[in-house]
Design a protein around this ligand. Structure first.
Ligand SMILES: Cc1ncc(COP(=O)(O)O)c(C=O)c1O
Length: 396
């Protein structure tokens, strides 16, 4: 005799408050909508379309063939930690200890660990906005509270007002999360701005979560200003970084956190109880990337610069469009006059222009009314996207 199937409980109602309050990504529904559309120029992404260079994939394959398939160091392979320190020495011209660097499962994991390391439930983390939405979400998921401070759009420039940042600091503030160069705006802090933020952190005993993952994507020089140029070992700074963007390795899920060595045991524990470490053979690929990948970074920068020039030229005559020329990262964050609802506009652009852009509302306060366009795409895609946008604007 077969038993009657038991009615399933309302499982969704049993989710924890935390699970229910964790925000959805605002970009995914646009991607789902556009995924099956043929011929769409997809510029909504946050990654380039170049595959990982073969000198990196081959190093990982060799690691796998050599049997590096066992559990490994929670902190990352010692050789890779040393290579990350050497990379910093090359960039900043001073010694770095490998004891400060810990390999993580992408920049996202570094960010999550950073928030875990320094916040108590209810602590506030100041997040300049528009922002990559995973920053406030990582704060929320760890039961702390993100507090937005606007990066204002004025006269075709994004401006962070340090006085407003200072005014947001209260008794519960624990950290300031600064992403420069910024996703999605391309806003990039100059050295004076970094100095002002560091001065605030020193004055109030705050931590800085320094997300410099786009630091090598600068339109003004080889690299963007960094807290590394002004901070010393007594500063409360956790750097978040990744192999994803510099070396076209988004799918590898490899990054690093830089932290005071006093945090080493806590980081080991967090890695142990989340991912239990990063595959050794993948770290061999990362080692090749960071040791031999400067040429590839230069090549990507060249492509992004060219893409920006093409977009600037194509959109110059389109009078309803407005954006700040980015100083760094690889995005254009643009607004179309008369369209306040970026989600609705993103859907329209898919249907009417055949271009997929990310809605600005997904990037938090200050992002509504804008659309994010990724410049790290092939010249053909950029030209086609630019011309479709231009023609669509003319038809308005
Ligand atoms: C500002 C910023 N920080 C960190 C990351 C994390 O990158 P990943 O987790 O892919 O290494 C991203 C990815 O889009 C980003 O835009």
């Amino acid at each position: 005799m077969t038993a009657e199937p038991r009615p399933a409980p309302d499982f969704a109602a049993e989710l924890s408050t935390l699970a229910r309050s964790t925000p959805n990504s605002g970009i995914v529904d646009i991607m789902n909508y556009g995924r099956a559309k043929e011929g769409l120029v997809r510029l909504w992404v946050g990654e380039g379309e170049l595959p990982t260079p073969s000198f990196i994939t081959e190093a990982a394959s060799r690691g796998m063939a050599a049997g590096e398939t066992f559990y490994t160091y929670q902190h990352g392979l010692p050789e890779l930690r040393r290579a990350i320190a050497d990379y910093h020495e090359r960039m900043f011209g001073r010694p770095f200890s490998e004891d400060r660097f810990f390999v993580t499962t992408g920049g996202m994991h570094a960010l999550d660990i950073a928030v875990k390391l320094i916040t108590e439930p209810g602590d506030e983390v100041i997040v300049p906005s528009p922002t990559w939405p995973n920053v406030p979400a990582a704060v929320t998921v760890n039961r702390a509270v993100p507090v937005s401070v606007p990066i204002d759009y004025r006269d075709r420039r994004w401006v962070l007002d340090i006085d407003r940042l200072a005014a947001a600091i209260g008794p519960k503030t624990r950290a300031i999360a600064l992403n420069s160069p910024a996703n999605p705006t391309g806003w990039t802090a100059d050295l004076d701005t970094l100095k002002a933020v560091l001065a605030l952190a020193r004055e109030h005993g705050l931590w800085i979560l320094a997300d410099e993952v786009y630091g090598r994507f600068s339109f003004k020089g080889e690299m963007a200003p960094s807290f590394h140029e002004i901070a010393d070992d007594a500063d409360r700074i956790l750097w978040i970084n990744t192999f994803s963007k510099n070396w076209a390795m988004t799918g590898w899920r490899l990054g690093w956190i830089e932290a005071p060595p006093a945090f080493a045991q806590a980081i080991e524990n967090f890695v142990q109880y989340s991912t239990s470490g990063i595959p050794g053979f993948l770290q061999r690929g990362a080692l090749a990337a960071i040791e031999r990948g400067d040429g590839f970074i230069a090549y990507q920068n060249e492509r992004v610069r060219q893409a920006l020039a093409i977009m600037n030229q194509a959109l110059a005559g389109a009078n309803r469009i407005s954006y700040a020329e980015p100083d760094g990262a690889f995005y254009l964050f643009l607004s179309v006059e008369g369209f306040a609802d970026s989600r609705a506009l993103a859907f329209r652009l898919i249907d009417e222009a055949g271009v997929g852009l990310a809605p600005g509302g997904a990037f938090g306060p200050g992002g509504e009314g804008f659309l994010r366009l990724c410049l790290a795409r092939s010249e053909a895609q950029i030209r086609e996207g630019a011309s479709r946008l231009h023609d669509w604007l003319l038809r308005l």
